[in-house]
Design a protein around this ligand. Structure first.
Ligand code: DBV
Length: 248
């Protein structure tokens, strides 16, 4: 059992329990990708598996799970709501590299600086955030340009110990996902055309930022080549623009 498998198992079980999950297409060749990396005794198989679902109110739930031995494990898990809801994104970036663990967990807001939006989607999460933050101190340097996409309940931490990931990060992940599903349950369809347009623009700017700045791009290019990587990013991980254009 690799480090992030229990996170994935928990998430899928909870989603099945609380949502009417539907399948969501994964482009051919992206469900599972494998490469042998390194030389001699350091050789490792790096396997990337993808998961995707849709549900009422949810456009896409998708996960990328990278397994390459004890010093290379990644689970990137994002929920993209449908464009007629003002729900935030659920975003988890759980990364283990030779240098250690790097954890980003948040409900990423559509409108970071709107007090009404914050009151609706961030304030209810603050007690949960504070409870976990005590055990998961701020992870330090963080790209300034990414700031608009994170909420004040952003958990950003670099634990030294794997046990912290297994216990504290796991507990935070479960609580954030539960809270996200509570928000989803309560979400009402937006009908105001101006607000709908703002939602669309906010979704697009989030998506473009993530696709353009994907911190996994270098790693994927090294393992699987540039062509596979760009197709994976734009055709699966961050596919909204393709879907809106009606291709793929
Ligand atoms: N990150 C992704 C996807 C990944 C992934 C789709 C499938 O968005 C993995 C894989 N994240 C990943 C890897 C690293 C990071 C780092 C492999 C390590 C990169 C490296 O050190 O080589 C949050 N993830 C990071 C970092 C941040 C995040 C801030 C540190 C990057 C840096 O310091 O430049 N999650 C990330 C992020 C957003 C988010 C920037 C923006 C909205 O949701």
């Amino acid at each position: 059992m690799t480090l992030y498998q229990p996170f994935l198992d928990y998430a899928i079980a909870l989603l099945k329990d609380r949502l009417q999950l539907e399948s969501y297409p994964i482009p051919e060749g992206f469900e599972r990708k494998q490469a042998t990396v390194g030389k001699g005794k350091k050789q490792e198989e790096v396997v990337t598996t993808s998961y995707a679902f849709a549900a009422p109110k949810i456009r896409q739930i998708r996960a990328a799970h990278v397994q390459g031995g004890s010093s290379l494990q990644v689970l990137n898990f994002v929920i993209f709501p449908q464009l007629k809801y003002d729900l935030p994104f659920f975003g988890a970036d759980l990364v283990t590299l030779p240098g250690g663990h790097l954890i980003a967990l948040d409900m990423q807001p559509l409108f970071r600086d709107d007090p009404a939006y914050q009151a609706k989607y961030t304030e209810p999460l603050l007690p949960t955030f504070k409870a976990h933050q005590q055990h998961l101190p701020w992870g330090g340097d963080f790209p300034e340009e990414a700031r608009p996409f994170f909420s004040p309940a952003f958990l950003w931490t670099r634990p030294q110990e794997t046990e912290v990931v297994e216990d504290r990060v796991f507990a935070a992940f479960c609580d954030y996902l539960q809270a996200y599903l509570d928000f989803t349950e309560q979400a009402q369809e937006v009908t105001d055309s101006q607000y709908l347009e703002e939602i669309l623009q906010a979704q697009l700017s989030y998506l473009r930022y993530r696709a353009e700045k994907d911190p996994a791009r270098g790693m994927f290019r090294r393992f699987y080549g540039p062509e596979w990587t760009e197709e994976y990013i734009h055709g699966f991980l961050f596919d909204l623009e393709r879907k809106l254009a009606g291709v793929g």
